[in-house]
Ligand binder design. Structure first.
Ligand SMILES: NC(=O)c1ccc[n+]([C@@H]2O[C@H](COP(=O)([O-])OP(=O)(O)OC[C@H]3O[C@@H](n4cnc5c(N)ncnc54)[C@H](O)[C@@H]3O)[C@@H](O)[C@H]2O)c1
Ligand SMILES: O=c1ccn([C@@H]2O[C@H](COP(=O)(O)OP(=O)(O)O[C@H]3OC[C@](O)(CO)[C@H]3O)[C@@H](O)[C@H]2O)c(=O)[nH]1
Length: 389
């Protein structure tokens, strides 16, 4: 912690130091949350994951000021008897572990369903049985498609926020047919949300459910062939970063017409910290966490990233910066998409007073600066041909 001042919650009460069992701590969100907790709070982290590359910098012995406050446990929660003991040791469990890349939902639906529902079940049960608080990470995908998407393209009601703004307590969850296996993830996440909610209602589990709306920033996913499989398909930020680093056109799936709102990871982590430190305001709630002001189509995102990457890398953009591909070609059979995702912010605003701050331009500039600094050399080396002797 930067200074020894006592931290106060939103109601002016001192916050007591917590031990947090963070499952999936080695991933994108987990790495930022660990960093925040170690830098700014006195809390201790039991960090569970199968990988730790993204939190190595927090675990090295020379960061001794933190050594006492973070402990890494290499655990696969599918089959590890140490899990319940770690949940019991902590005041709070945060479950981030999941398969959460859309390319997997239709191609590995069984792994996706097991990861997002079956593997999360014991975590909920251990928290409930041992009277421990749980913050469970769900997704904005539980909303599926908007009501407006079923109206004709030029219908005036499509402009009415009631037909597209996504509200935790009133919006329906609208998925495609079973053959559209894209929805295996959303459906598994919805069922685990219902289970957590029911444990709260019937057995008194203290829970908070988080629905992230496209959080992006440094350390998200991987660059294929550099720190991930060459044939792997990460989420859009890493796909487009990879294309820019390799000077290839950015691939627009089905014309890049889908819309997303992107929020900067550092803004979103502030919201999670408020949930951690204000249980009385966060327990029993489901929170949308996103930035409704940062809405773009995927095509616009590609154009912005191309422009920002030119600025931060000093390289001019290629002649044809984007190319259209069909979803079947890109993701395979069974892909489908959410058309539009605007989070309603009423509940998080009322309970925690949280608002996102960073514009899409600013967050892309800091993120693409990181991508260029981290990967440009490695990509160059991997693509340069050996010189014939
Ligand atoms: N990033 C976003 O914008 C976003 C959006 C919606 C939902 N979410 C949810 O937030 C959570 C974290 O997402 P992320 O973006 O950090 O993803 P991520 O893939 O970077 O992190 C997930 C971590 O969980 C770990 N994990 C998976 N299965 C495990 C297992 N069986 N045992 C132990 N560890 C396991 C992985 O190794 C990985 O480090 C997920 O539940 C995801 O569904 C994220
Ligand atoms: O090269 C590409 C990659 C993707 N697209 C399109 O971009 C849209 C967003 O894709 P992505 O970020 O991969 O994922 P989604 O937003 O669809 O889903 C995620 O949202 C939250 C989460 O739960 C976890 O992060 C996950 O399910 C989409 O329309 C792609 O088709 C592209 O055009 N080109």
């Amino acid at each position: 912690m930067a200074n020894g001042a006592v931290r106060l919650d939103l109601d002016g009460r001192p916050i007591k130091p917590l031990t947090i069992c963070m499952i999936g701590a080695g991933g994108f969100i987990g790495s930022h949350l660990c960093e925040k907790l170690l830098n700014e709070t006195p809390h201790k982290v039991l960090a569970l994951d199968v990988y730790n590359d993204k939190i190595k910098h927090l675990l090295e012995p020379d960061t001794s000021e933190w050594a006492e406050r973070i402990q890494f446990h290499r655990i696969n929660i599918k089959h590890d008897s140490r899990l319940e003991g770690l949940v019991k040791m902590a005041d709070l469990t945060i479950n981030l572990a999941a398969i959460c890349t859309p390319a997997d939902y239709n191609t590995r639906p069984l792994d996706t369903i097991y990861s997002n529902f079956i593997d999360a079940l014991p975590v909920v049960k251990y928290c409930s049985d041992n009277k421990k608080r749980l913050i469970h990470f769900s997704t904005c995908e539980v909303y599926g498609k908007t009501i407006g998407s079923f109206l004709p393209k030029d219908h005036p009601l499509r402009q009415d926020p009631d037909f597209y703004v996504l509200k935790e307590d009133t919006s329906p969850c609208i998925f495609g047919s079973i053959e559209k296996q894209r929805w295996s993830y959303a459906c598994a996440k919805q069922l685990i949300e219902r289970l957590v909610y029911a444990e709260g209602a019937e057995n008194g589990l203290e829970f908070t459910i988080v629905r992230p709306f496209n959080w992006i920033g440094p350390r998200m996913d991987f660059i294929p062939g550099i720190d991930g499989p060459s044939e792997g398909v990460p989420r859009v930020l890493a796909c487009f970063s990879n294309n820019l680093l390799r000077r290839e056109p950015l691939k627009l799936v089905d014309g890049g017409e889908s819309q997303r709102t992107f929020v900067y990871i550092k803004d979103a982590i502030e919201a999670v910290l408020l949930m951690i430190e204000n249980p009385e305001r966060a327990n029993g709630h489901i929170f949308n966490v996103g930035n409704p002001n940062n809405e773009v189509t995927v095509r616009q995102l590609a154009e912005m990233m191309t422009q920002v990457y030119s600025k931060v890398s000093g390289e001019t953009a290629i002649e044809s910066p984007t190319i259209d591909v069909s979803s079947k070609e890109f993701y395979g059979e069974g892909y489908d998409d959410s058309d539009k995702r605007i989070p309603d912010m009423t509940i998080i605003n009322r309970q925690l007073g949280w608002n996102p701050k960073t514009s899409l331009w600013d967050l892309l500039e800091s993120t693409l600066t990181y991508q260029h600094r981290t990967y440009a050399e490695a990509v160059k080396k991997s693509t340069s041909k050996p010189v014939a002797s």
